[in-house]
Design a protein around this ligand. Sequence first.
Ligand code: HDD
Length: 694
Amino acid sequence: MTKKHKLVNEIGNGGETHQTTDESAGALTTNQGIRVSDNQNQLKSGDRGPVLLEDFVLREKIFHFDHERIPERIVHARGTAAHGFFELYESLSDITKADLFQRAGEKTPLFTRFSTVAGGAGSVDTPRDVRGFAVKFYTKEGNWDLVGNNIPVFFIQDAIKFPDLIHAAKMEADRGYPQAATAHDTFWDFISLMPEATHMIMWAMSDRTLPRTLRTMEGFGIHTFRLVNAEGKSTFVKFHWKPKQGLASSLWDEAVKVAGADPDFQRRDLFEAIERGDYPEWELGIQAFDQAFADSLPYDVLDPTKIIPEGVLPVRLIGRMVLDRYPDNFFAETEQVAFCPANIVPGVDFSNDPLLQGRLFSYLDTQKSRLGTANFHQIPINAPKCPVMNFQRDGQMQMLQPKGRANYEPNSLADNGENGGPRECPASGFTTFPSAEGHNEQGDKLRIRPASFADHYSQARMFFRSIDPAEQAHLASALVFELSKVAVEAIRLRMLGNLVNVDQELAQRVADGLAMTLPKANPAAVEVQDFDLSPALRIVKGDREPATLKGRTVGILIADGSEPSAVDTLLEQIKAEGGVAKIIAPKVGGAKMKGGAILKADGQLAGTPSVMVDAIAVVLSDVGCDMLLKDSAAVQFVMDAFGHLKAIGHTAEAKPLLDKAGVQADEGVVSLDAFVAAAAQRYWDREPKVRTLA
Ligand code: HDD
């Protein structure tokens, strides 16, 4: 096929293509293939006359445009995605027959979409919200979707409560706001009435819901699943994604300001990392266990509001995911991708987690209303990369042209020398693990929650007590912030009553922050237990918060008269550490450096506040500093970097600007020589000096 032919096919006309002439190569056509002579002017009667109905070029173009949007996802509407691969470290054939887990070193293509939950498609990237973490593995034996979040537990135990949860969390029914924020009455009303949400609330109010970038957050499959091996033996499993980039979150004040400075901050970060070849990576980990282990735990592994702490059962890393390619087209891929937890492959199976079971219905159903047809699986991003053959035919937008007379099975047409179509495969086809069902031996039909799901507070307590004091203060302050936006006092009180069950001191801090009297604990269904603390739950000062510049961004503030050699040295040092440098100047065209040369800027100061970078170097001359002392964007740049606990490197001449911004000396405020080493971390000990937290 010639290049010219290919172009026509890429535009979407599959099947036979006529010879392309030189004249038609690259030509703009209608959807019927008619070459368009004029794409600037409508067909009119005379130059100032009415537009003619017969202008099919106009009508087709506007018709298509009018229908270019599809219903946005009811949850997780805002997201971004990338292609990549999964590479297996070692064969897992002892515990699963899943084809992608058989051969060490084998790569499986995948597509991963990250999202926020509550906001609409046009909301911002950085609200306080759970992040979706959905991976579609295109395995040789069909698609497997691991549709998880960046938090390992969920708000509710039964799927029947999901519509209520989401209605309560999204904008309020009468006023249509707030968008992408849980800080409002209806959310907290619902949560305060649902003690089972308390563990998730600890995570949601922690720094976990403010991931600095999508590259610096964990992912979790949440539910207990099963792996099944060739002998039919089942092993329970929980899935984890561990970012190679380490964990990093934003501060609340920072996230709020990022939302204004760059509503697309996280999708831009992912795009730019892939563009520069700094491919984000996560390792896939499993916690595998048997029934006896599950029975030994003081909580139920079918309860999605519980984790198995890593200290109780370590995570075994089994492979890595690398995201190395951005979609060609956001709509065709990211918007049209249809995830479904029911998409599993032989060797993986469900557990009876009641939330998971409800999800198995919901996603297939939602795709029909979003994508409009039962044939959505034929859209390239959703299509398996293995043969698909069955008798599910026809329907809106059927893209294939199945051959033959038989569209039913069994049939005997093959005996007649005709195409009889595909046949079932008892040996290699998917079989459901034949588990004995439930604790209730009679298997009565009951609308009931098992007693083993009744402890709603012990793991919430474990989470709160396991995280660093800085994170505890953020969590308490987040609760104060959110509950301060709740107008109905009874809701705040009820929530405080739940918090007393979690931790008396936490509840007191929140009550103090609200200037309310702490009520008594709400009744708890079972006595709250003190589990061993789990250091793996912390971000701040934890094993997974690396001191590194790799993949992090440094802002270098310059102005007229800045010393070029100082900037060059910084650029080299930052590059050597794997960081990304952004030159920021009052004007994007650049600054006139000492010696007269112009250094172009990557960002204009007013449009590139320091919240967009991870550390700042202020490389100013006396003249430049004098100039910037009169620019509130410059003062704010430095003030925010200090307030957000970032490293600040500076020339001696820049000191007046630091003074005006209220910067006080500490180990994160250094001369340029010491800057690159200092820039690899935040300075948590500074926080009590710059912020009053609950
Ligand atoms: Fe869900 C989308 C994750 C519970 C119903 N969900 C959706 C997405 C993610 C999750 C990441 C976006 C996928 C994408 O990028 O397109 N959902 C979860 C997790 C849950 C969970 C981790 C609990 C552990 N979800 C859940 C329940 C229900 C749904 C209980 C319904 C009973 N979820 C949906 C949905 C969505 C969805 C309405 C909206 C768009 C879509 O499916 O494709 O069907």
